[in-house]
Design a protein around this ligand. Sequence first.
Ligand SMILES: [Fe+2]
Length: 413
Amino acid sequence: MTYDFTAAAVLDGPSTTERLEAALQLVSAATAEDAGRPVSRDTTKCAKIMIVDDEPINIKVVQKYLQGHGYSHFVTTSDATRAIDMFRTQRPDIALLDIMMPEVSGIEILQQVRADRQISRIPVVILTAVGDARIKQKALELGATDFLTKPVDPSELVLRVGNALVVKSHYDHLANYSVQLERQVRARTSELMASRRGLVQTLARAAEYRDNETAHHIVRVGRYVGLIAKELKMPEEIIELLEEASLLHDVGKIGIADAILLKPGRLTEDEYEIMRQHCAFGRRIIQQSLESAWERHGTRSQLQLVEPGNAIAWLIPVAAMIAQTHHEHWDGGGYPLGLRGEQIPIEGRITAVADVFDALSNKRPYKEAYAFDRCIEMMERGRGTHFDPQILDAFLQRTDQILQVQIDLADVD
Ligand SMILES: [Fe+2]
């Protein structure tokens, strides 16, 4: 299975669920293919066999039988109290475990083995006396792999050990293969995310080239958004997501005619009306969902849907939401939807503060750059009308860093 890395596929790429389904398909396809391969009984002859029996003579007899059939790697103990430590340190491929032992019974050892994730999958064959039905049932409940009745029949011993080892070998092989596949899926997913990030930045730069008066505008806005999100104590991955998604806030300006976009001086009301359309253009450029789908999902913050550990998968929906809502005002006087207060998704409210500050503090076709203090004063005037007061406070808490971004990313005349 391969991923489609075309621009369309990456920008409008698979959701997390789809990626997980693809990963599961990969695992099950490989598992099915792998399961068809026979594991040779000969390959199990190098297995490490552990024998626990309080009678040293029993250990010798079992070991001798198995040696006669090609097995050569044994760890043994007649001290039941050492058995669990041996399981953990020796990690045998199979264990033959006597039940009736002084101090610690085979049942207790089996119980501890099955409770320890590191060793719980080791096959354990129980050595028990004839007719011990109650103990057999208990051992089965605890996950015993098989039983051998004492005195041990040599041919039965060899066959049962061989069978258990073949099953174990299949299991190990499939488990390793799954781990390998999981690693591959993770690597491909991170490649996909890197491509998606790359395309977002490319698209943002393309929009920036058209609007040539705002050379570093989008990058500065991204940084300001990140600083506000940090002050709001958002998780690191959300901060990163917002910083990247906000790069596309004005991508819709691609759809505005040069005569309006680059007009020196103030726009007429008609021109301004056209300019306002950049929000809807931006959203449609980023996320090509139908109008009806957009209406159905409304303007709910996309950050609420982010799965921890996989925030970057929401880059496109969050960017689309920012493009759509970054000109809404806290008091409902903004555009294009006239949303009010918390109806405006938080990603849009944060970007509004960052975007306005950058417009005030830099030169535009219709205005000169204002001094920092004047910008702050004008921002304060927008408290509760244009801006969410809480977000404006977060911005004002970070003015030192904001000033630094302004210096580091100043536009070159
Ligand atoms: Fe805008």
